[in-house]
Design a protein around this ligand. Structure first.
Ligand SMILES: Cc1ncc(COP(=O)(O)O)c(C=O)c1O
Length: 436
């Protein structure tokens, strides 16, 4: 089953030449493990790519997809509907914080972000404040790869090759502060005042020009950057003071990653819109969504009833296979208590990851929910190389980790056992001891 020609597939976010010279091919997956093409079991320390929260190959989800494919393959979502899209929207709205009433379906996290940004600007316009068009992101933020997302995003390499990006965008400072917060357990103590940066930006541009602020409640892709205690509360207060919408990008944190259905609930700060994807279908069929509060949705429901209220949508919004997968996924999450399981495992997880302190090159360890990060001292003049070499060594030992810059990020399926947590960190300690 191993392909003999790897040239045609231009792989995303991959060192293509390195990969094709020594391919790492996955051919199967069940529970906590992948199967590699050379017949090894690989412990999944990353839920695929933060998606597979219920573990791999869940029969209930597979069966729901199979049945739906036989019953109805596709239904147009424009001016037509199918029952499962309505059912899934209702279920997702029920998991979101109080006040959230409606869900707009997309096919990815990137599309969810574009959708949320467009709804934010259009909402102000619908209310007669068309002057509010500015979008505020944050340094080190990741909001997918489309033009809106990279414009509000704050990761240099994702932006620099792609021209002038959106106008009317500004960025808050990031909150990564090893000097004050290294080796914090849970949320870091220092940095709430960084939220006041929003006040500075508001004053610079005038509040009447600002539509929305978008942040990840916990930044994942930049290497697990946790919000300092009180930081998100302060952002919320400033947004309220100036009539600015607050969007939480929960593509990674949604569906139980931090021990509650959404980070908003775990962290006690309620935004106006939530973007999600990944865990929505347990990664089995691509799907994203935006949840909005009633006052946002309702502001569009004016004008003649035969008119389209929002000129936006995708051919595959609410695709029947994705909806079937989503409904079965939510059943599994709910029946197995997975949306809160990270909270139960958090202490064991925290102790296990912090036990790596003192190993060579480790300059920080962070954790929250079932997420962890180990930051390594970069090699002199060769940033990212040390972490990438950890990734390759882990793969050889039978562990899938994710690295970004010189940071190792961990986010295993929420079904992980305590014994598997111990095994994961055993393997990782072995990797760290072997690093140059
Ligand atoms: C916070 C956040 N937003 C958006 C995205 C983009 O999602 P996708 O890759 O499905 O487009 C990601 C992906 O990792 C993400 O972490």
């Amino acid at each position: 089953m191993i392909p003999n020609d790897l040239r045609a597939f231009w792989m995303p976010f991959t060192a293509n030449r390195q990969f094709k010279s020594a391919p790492r091919l996955l051919t199967g997956a069940k529970g906590m493990h992948y199967r590699s093409a050379d017949g090894r079991n690989i412990l999944d320390g990353t839920s695929g790519l933060w998606c597979v929260n219920a573990g791999h190959g869940r029969e209930r989800i597979t069966e729901a997809i199979r049945q739906q494919a036989g019953e109805m393959d596709y239904a147009p979502p424009f001016q037509m509907g199918h029952p499962k899209a309505f059912e899934l929207a209702t279920r997702v709205a029920g998991l979101l914080p109080e006040g959230f009433s409606n869900v707009f379906f997309t096919n990815s996290g990137s599309e969810a972000v574009e959708t949320a940004l467009k709804i934010a600007v259009a909402w102000h316009r619908a209310r007669g404040e068309a002057g509010r068009y500015r979008l505020i992101g944050r340094e080190k933020g990741y909001h997918g790869v489309n033009y809106g997302g990279i414009s509000v995003g704050g990761i240099g390499p994702n932006r620099k090759s792609f021209g002038p990006l959106l106008t009317g965008v500004d960025h808050l400072r990031h909150t990564h502060d090893l000097d004050r917060n290294a080796f914090s357990r849970g949320l870091p103590e220092h940095g709430a005042e960084l939220a006041d940066d929003l006040e500075r930006i508001v004053m610079l541009h005038d509040p009447s020009t600002i539509a929305a602020v978008i942040v990840e409640p916990m930044a994942g892709s930049a290497g697990v950057l946790l919000p300092p205690k009180g930081y998100l509360q302060r952002l919320r207060e400033i947004c309220d003071r100036y009539g600015i919408l607050l969007i939480f990008d929960e593509v990674i944190t949604g569906f139980g990653r931090l021990g509650a259905p959404f980070a908003a609930q775990r962290l006690g700060v309620i935004p106006d819109m939530v973007t999600m994807a990944k865990g929505l279908t347990n990664g089995a069929v691509p799907m994203g969504a935006v949840g909005v509060k009633a006052e946002i949705h309702d502001a569009f429901m004016t004008g003649p009833e035969h008119m389209i209220e929002l000129f936006h949508g995708y051919t595959y919004s609410g695709h029947p296979l994705a909806c079937a997968a989503g409904l079965a996924t939510l059943d599994v999450y709910e029946e197995e208590g997975l949306l809160t399981r990270a909270r139960e495992l958090e202490e064991v997880w925290e102790d296990a990851i912090h036990a790596l302190k003192g190993l060579p090159h480790v300059i920080d360890i962070r954790n929250f929910g079932l997420v962890g990060a180990i930051e390594l001292e970069p090699m002199e003049g060769q940033p990212t190389k040390r972490a990438f070499s950890a990734f390759l060594k882990a793969w050889e030992k039978g562990l899938l980790i994710r690295t970004t810059g010189d940071i190792i990020a961990l986010s295993p399926p929420l079904i992980i056992s305590e014994a598997e947590i111990a095994h994961l960190f055993d393997m990782l300690a072995g990797v760290l001891r072997e690093l140059d």
